[in-house]
Design a protein around this ligand. Structure first.
Ligand SMILES: [Zn+2]
Length: 392
């Protein structure tokens, strides 16, 4: 009998606990708000934001950014596009804004997350949702805030907050339900949802770049080259800033993703652009430390380095999560380089100083020339850009 008594008590406890849990769930903060009609909170607001409107929703698709979200039907959107494309949208209760953050591009979500954490001093969470890569700032009581990494490496800040311009007393908890619904709908659609309103942000016009430019010890960088290209700044896994020509960088991102996904090879950028000034500084440093003879042998004269073009990149390896960037260390991974070099042409790059050429072998120095030319050059092992250009 003692056993059955015990069983009964356990059952009773379980039942009580379960009831308790259920009652918690049904009276929790989220559903308490859902019972509150919108009109209660902003009695003076127009009746336009009814729950029916909410349910219908409208997809706004920001095509240039491949970004879409479902917003209340009455949200008025204003799009601005200059150097920093952005938009804001509002109705009586809610405000949504998406704006460019840093003009810096990130090779991956991890590096964006690290910077957001540092800058905001808050806890963050990396979120992958609907094809988007985002960093959510945690612990905010007045708004929802995301840093979004667009496919082209651009960073945007998205905030969803109460429209205090209309109703200064409106609190985030009053709009929480709607804000969460927008948050849940964020995505990067392959197809624009039918019935979506589209916002097109005019894109900045970029200069036409000569991707076959030749810069070597006898060919100087063309005059005012930097004015003829547009550049992208990025931060590598070591926290170092790297700058590269825009299209070159985009092609690099595709190469990097391809290698991660299909070869489990991880790379990052060590050097992109070195300006003529930076090259001079490098030579001065070397001369001071090692003498002029060494400096001249190891570094190109200012004006004669391919790194001036922005089309040349030095990559380093990340092996088992650790950065391997010293030349002599990197040379220990010929199999990894083989995998990298096999993917170069597909993304418009060539190995600029291949084995068995007039140059010392540099497996890490890659150069963007565009897919068509890259395929031709890489089809002939040992062929240099100089030889290719002399031929055509
Ligand atoms: Zn290099």
């Amino acid at each position: 009998m003692a056993d059955s008594k015990k069983k009964f008590i356990v059952l009773l406890l379980t039942a009580l606990l379960t009831m308790g849990l259920f009652s918690c769930a049904s009276n929790g903060p989220a559903s308490a708000e859902s019972k509150k009609p919108a009109a209660n909170i902003t009695a003076e607001s127009t009746a336009s934001t009814t729950s029916t409107d909410q349910a219908k929703g409208v997809w706004y698709s920001f095509n240039g950014l491949k970004f879409a979200m479902k917003v209340p039907a009455d949200l008025k959107i204003k799009a601005v596009s200059k150097d920093k494309p952005q938009f804001t949208g509002h109705n009586d209760r809610i405000k949504v804004s998406l704006r460019r953050w840093n003009q810096v591009s990130y090779p991956n979500l991890k590096s964006l997350a690290a910077l957001v954490k540092k800058r905001t001093g808050r806890k963050i969470r990396q979120v992958r949702q609907g094809g988007l890569r985002m960093v959510k700032v945690l612990g905010l009581k007045t708004k929802i805030k995301y840093y979004i990494l667009m496919p082209n490496g651009d960073d945007y800040i998205l905030t969803i907050s109460p429209n205090k311009d209309k109703h200064p007393k409106l609190k985030f908890k009053d709009i929480k339900e709607e804000a969460k619904a927008i948050e849940a709908s964020l995505r990067m659609p392959k197809k624009i949802p039918s019935g979506a309103k589209r916002i097109r942000l005019a894109r900045t016009k970029f200069p036409k770049v000569n991707y076959l430019v030749l810069v070597n010890s006898s060919h100087k960088i063309p005059d005012k080259w930097m004015k003829k290209i547009s550049v992208v700044k990025t931060v590598n896994s070591l926290g170092k800033k790297v700058t590269a020509e825009r299209k070159t960088y985009k092609a690099y991102l595709r190469l990097q993703r391809d290698l991660e996904k299909n070869d489990e090879v991880f790379i990052d950028l060590d050097f992109g652009i070195r300006t003529v000034k930076e090259q001079q500084k490098l030579i001065d440093d070397y001369t001071k430390r090692y003498g002029a003879a060494y400096a001249n042998r190891i570094a190109a004269r200012p004006g004669y380095s391919e790194h001036h073009t922005g089309l040349a990149l030095d990559v380093y390896l990340i092996i088992d999560g650790k950065e391997v960037y010293l030349n002599e260390e990197m040379e220990k991974y010929p199999k990894v380089w083989k995998k990298i070099h096999a993917k170069l042409a597909k993304h418009g790059f060539i190995l600029r100083y291949p084995k068995n050429s007039a140059y010392p072998y540099e497996p890490w120095h890659i150069r963007y020339v565009g897919k068509k030319t890259a395929k031709k050059i890489m089809a002939e092992p040992g062929l240099t850009l100089e030889q290719y250009l002399a031929r055509s």
